[in-house]
Design a protein around this ligand. Structure first.
Ligand code: DO4
Ligand code: MG
Length: 316
């Protein structure tokens, strides 16, 4: 074998070994995680493909200083249940929230800034979005109290007084009372683009109404902070026809997650912690608006998938 060939075959082997290594490492990444499911029957902890029932109170459980380590020391005290029982428990899935407030960050991705500038271009509000994108202080807004939050396989509403409605798929953080990120979940920041586009001061009406926030399916508690390479995916179906599909990664966010948390906790206390949606990067085309019976599917690597069905308050 010529020297050239030897080098080539060594490189090929090297590439092969590197690929195996990467596959193993990405698999291991998801092995060292805990997932907490809140259900009507109680709390389920998933660890290494097994499920344990934890007899605890949700708010007290998640508001720990080191939730991952606590769960690691505690899971064997839980009762292990069978796959059949898990299916029964999962049928009663609730959003992974107790008494916490839900806040949201806006214009954290370039795509979101451009979308807001587009929707407000005729009404003169566009400038505030480009300024907040560049500013040191992020945009943070109050999104929801727990009773307006829905979970996986549950219905979100669109407003009847809005002509342009979209879901916003977002990585959501759970931050404990001490201001430290302890877990992650999938967020759906349902929004009226026509109301916000008319005047930025209408933001609370565009964002806060019954069933306007989705969180689920679980609280994902990894040993290490979530990777910037984490993917976020969304599809929207209407009568089984795919109307929209898009994906992005957390790395495209302009701000750092602890930076958002530090602004939120500057002058606010959260006795049982808080959820923070971190902004959207996936924006359906301008001519798209949600309709009742649409199905929104949001997935985030490691965390899982949340499906929301769309309706209006009082039915249509
Ligand atoms: O600026 C208004 C809200 C933006 C938002 O919700 C987002 O960027 O996700
Ligand atoms: Mg949003």
């Amino acid at each position: 074998m010529s020297r050239y060939c030897r080098i080539r075959s060594t490189n090929k082997k090297g590439v092969f070994h590197r690929s195996i290594f990467i596959i193993l490492v990405s698999g291991l990444k998801y092995l060292h995680v805990m997932k907490l499911y809140k259900t009507g029957k109680g709390i389920l902890l998933q660890f290494k493909e097994e499920y344990y029932v934890l007899q605890q109170e949700w708010d007290k459980l998640i508001n720990r200083d080191n939730l991952y380590t606590y769960l690691l020391s505690e899971y064997l005290n839980g009762k292990k249940i069978t796959k059949e029982e898990v299916a029964e428990w999962q049928r009663e899935l609730l959003p992974p929230i107790g008494t916490q407030e839900v806040w949201a960050a806006g214009v954290t991705y370039l795509r979101s800034r451009d979308a807001r500038m587009e929707e407000s271009k005729d009404t003169g509000g566009a400038d505030c979005y480009s300024r907040v994108y560049e500013a040191e202080r992020p945009e943070l807004f109050f999104k929801s109290l727990p009773h307006r939050v829905v979970g996986h396989q549950q219905t979100v509403y669109i407003r009847k007084d809005s002509t342009w409605n979209v879901p916003e798929p977002e990585l959501a953080l759970y931050i404990n009372a001490a201001g430290v990120i302890q877990g992650y979940t999938i967020g759906n920041d349902m929004s009226s683009r026509s109301i916000e586009g008319e005047n930025p001061l209408y933001l609370p009406q565009a964002k806060v109404y019954e069933k306007s926030a989705g969180l689920g399916p679980c609280l994902y508690v990894p040993e290490q902070p979530i990777s910037p390479e984490t993917g976020i995916y969304m599809t929207i179906h209407r009568n089984e026809v795919k109307m929209y599909e898009g994906n992005t990664t957390v790395s495209r966010m302009k701000r750092m997650l602890p930076e958002l948390v530090s602004y939120l906790y500057k002058e606010c206390d959260f006795a049982t912690g808080c959820f923070l949606m971190t902004g959207t990067c996936l924006v359906p085309p301008t001519d798209f608006t949600l309709q009742p019976n649409d199905r929104v599917t949001i997935s985030i690597d490691g965390i899982g998938t949340m499906v929301n069905f769309v309706d209006v308050k009082g039915g249509n």
